[in-house]
Write a protein that binds this ligand. Structure first.
Ligand code: GLN
Length: 229
């Protein structure tokens, strides 16, 4: 399945987050190291980020593989942000292949990415989903309930579909929220800021693994992990 990451901290270039690390999202799009489901993430990619002088997030998405987007590689070194969500996609069987099905999804100040799958039949009807892909329906459900209900939504959907995998990653410009429910997530806390990622983008021993079925909150004050059961 997909891989995603988020950064909250000192502003840094999108290339330093997405393209340059030895096991960056770019590398993870063809050679992920910890991916449990799927082998390549070539069904699109996206990044959302806050930029100075703009209220909501800016977003760049594409239905092409990240490695096939040289225009982004050209501008990424000069796109600088202190709050970023990015993802590469491996589409679940039967899901649409289109730019609007690629994370991060957005609503107002929020960005949201989903790594996993869910039976769309168990989700309540939602308005304003960006696509019919399961992840967009889930994102619309979270947005309608409020991001503060992220943990509750994951618990409820997890009960309705015991086979669901629900690793979510959300940001509002000043905090990150994430869940682990069936897939991997790692955290890196540094003096410069905090990163959450489906898998570490390098071999820094400071990366820690987040236990399954957790809710993670990152603010400028630090990171908290609570059990979701
Ligand atoms: N189910 C979502 C999709 O089809 C997410 C897939 C994933 O996590 N790989 O895009």
């Amino acid at each position: 399945m997909c891989r995603h990451l988020a950064w909250l901290g000192r502003p840094r270039s999108l290339s330093s987050l997405v393209l340059e690390p030895p096991s960056s999202l770019l590398v993870q799009s063809w050679a992920p190291r910890r991916q449990r489901y799927g082998t390549v993430n070539a069904d699109g990619w996206g990044v959302g980020f806050w930029a100075a002088g703009r209220e909501g997030p800016a977003r760049w998405r594409s239905a092409r593989p990240l490695w096939g987007d040289p225009s982004f590689a050209s501008v990424a070194p000069v796109l600088v942000s202190g709050c970023v969500v990015a993802a590469v996609r491996s589409a679940t069987v039967g899901m649409p292949l289109e730019e609007s099905a690629v994370a991060p999804f957005t609503d107002g100040r929020w960005l949201l990415s989903h790594n996993g799958r869910v039976d769309r039949a168990v989700l309540p009807p939602v308005r304003d989903a960006e696509s019919t892909v399961d992840s967009a329906l889930l994102a619309a459900l979270v947005f309608s309930r409020g991001a503060g209900a992220l943990g509750d939504v994951v618990r409820e959907v997890g009960v309705a579909d015991p086979a669901a995998r629900l690793n979510l990653l959300a940001a509002d410009g000043s905090r990150l929220l994430a869940t682990t429910w069936g897939d991997t997530l790692s955290a890196l806390v540094t003096d410069e800021g905090t990163a959450l990622a489906s898998e570490p983008w390098d071999d820094d021993p400071a990366w820690t693994d987040v236990p399954d079925r957790s809710l993670v909150e990152v603010t400028p004050d630090g990171l908290t992990v609570t059990a979701l059961t």
